[in-house]
Design a protein around this ligand. Structure first.
Ligand code: GTR
Length: 426
């Protein structure tokens, strides 16, 4: 081919390949009638076709499913605590919340000394701790620990922070760092007084301590210690979930925490994180997925709202690279998200949706919870007790729980009231 023609052909090819990338992301489906026919893999059938007949079989199937989720969705997570991990108590305030609580700031260093990566855990406990300790929510937060409550006692995170247009305009973040103004900026999502009044504790950390949430090629956060993830290794969701387990390592040493009643909570991308973290770490007795959507509680194969291709293109760092094989190809996925929820069995799981959060597919989230039931039943637990998605604001279920509330993608007092009831029922 003539050189000039060749370069024209090449630039055409380039233009085509970039347009295909964008055109490959189809318009989201928001109509039930447009949901494609799909077949879901059965949590109670081994990959080789053998049925799972007993709790002992399930233990093996559980290992198999965990590996399938590692391989095809989230990537493999390094096991356990890194060497040299240690804890530094940085602050303790008694008489917090007008004397109703105590507050502690714990820095979990992931390597010897003070220089390496760390996670700052804020622990707020009721002032009176009964024998056996208190039920505790371990929750990942988006805005830094200081965003959950206006108290000037809470240290402002120094970790890298996303700059959304709104947060910049509101002065909550500047130069990718949280500002003084960000204190209490997310109070509507964190009814701290209500949690404490219910006799529960709240432990929370900023997810960006573990891995800053942008596609930087895994150069910072915990990756400075473990190195760039190789083929098939964890993405950011896997790293955030690992961080929750390290926070749990600390909570396990605190006698004020009732070890049989620790819930892992997350909203949205952090709801996906809670499910994956709770699936792997059996110390969490309750796992709460608030509006987690695609890659969380919602069935991928329904292709409703946000889809695999879209999430992988918007957030290339969240999942394992192998998940991109299923862009516009969900039918080929060997797993689906009801099986992730089943990995939490026989422990309690709470899946919550919001009516207007169609991007996260409330019906798909309900089905994710519903279709995990057979595993719960095999292990002697009761499920949702509902065949269909329940009416608005009507929580259902015992060991598997679900509600869809009115309103948008968010965390509200109504959501927390249900989570408090759930943890207290343990
Ligand atoms: C959206 C993303 C969702 C959800 C959400 C969030 O942009 O598409 O999957 O994770 O962010 O975490 O706020």
């Amino acid at each position: 081919m003539h050189l000039q023609n060749l370069s024209v052909a090449l630039s055409l090819l380039f233009a085509m390949s970039t347009t295909t990338t964008f055109s490959q992301t189809p318009e989201p489906i928001y109509e039930e009638s447009l949901v494609p026919a799909y077949t879901l893999p059965d949590p109670l059938i081994f990959a080789d076709g053998t049925p799972v007949k007993s709790p002992a079989d399930w233990t093996k199937r559980r290992t198999e499913l965990l590996q399938l989720f590692e391989t095809h969705v989230y990537g493999k997570t390094p096991v356990g605590k890194p060497e040299g991990m240690h804890v530094e108590s940085r602050k303790k305030v008694t008489g917090f919340l007008e004397g109703k609580a105590t507050m502690e700031e714990i820095r979990i260093h992931f390597s010897p000394g003070q220089e390496g990566p760390f996670l700052d855990l804020l622990v707020i406990k009721p002032a009176e701790i009964p024998e056996g300790g208190v039920p505790t929510f371990l929750a990942l937060n988006f805005g830094g620990n200081q965003s959950i409550h206006p108290s000037p006692e809470i240290s402002i995170t120094g970790s890298w922070m996303r700059e959304s247009k709104e947060d910049l305009e509101d002065g909550l973040v500047a130069d990718n760092r949280a500002t003084e103004k960000s204190r209490g900026s997310r109070v509507s999502r964190w009814p701290v007084e209500k949690i404490i009044a219910s006799g529960c504790a709240l432990a929370t950390f900023y997810y960006g301590d573990i891995d800053p949430d942008f596609d930087d090629g895994f150069e910072n956060g915990i990756h400075t210690l473990f190195g760039k993830p190789g083929e098939g290794q964890w993405g950011s969701i896997g790293a955030w979930a690992w961080g929750a387990s390290r926070a749990m390592d600390y909570l396990a040493t605190d006698p004020a925490i009732d070890q049989k009643r620790v819930a892992l909570f997350g909203h949205s991308r952090l709801g996906k994180t809670a499910l994956w973290g709770g699936a792997q770490d059996e110390r969490f007795s309750l796992v709460i997925s608030n509006n987690s959507g695609c890659g969380g509680a919602a069935l991928s194969k329904r292709c409703f709202g946000e889809r695999v291709g879209r999430i992988n293109r918007s957030f290339p760092h969240w999942f394992s690279d192998s998940f991109t094989q299923y862009n516009e190809n969900e039918a080929a996925l060997p797993v689906d998200q009801h099986q992730l929820i089943a990995l939490i069995a026989p422990r309690m799981v709470y899946v919550a949706s919001a009516e207007e959060d169609r991007w996260a597919d409330p019906k798909g989230e309900f089905l994710g919870a519903k279709l995990a039931e057979p595993v719960y039943e095999l292990l002697g637990q009761t499920g949702l007790g509902a065949k269909e998605k329940p009416p608005l604001n009507t929580p259902v279920g015992t060991t598997v729980r679900y509600h869809v509330r009115t309103g948008i993608h968010d965390v509200t007092d109504f959501d927390w009231e249900q989570y408090i009831k759930a943890i207290k029922s343990l």
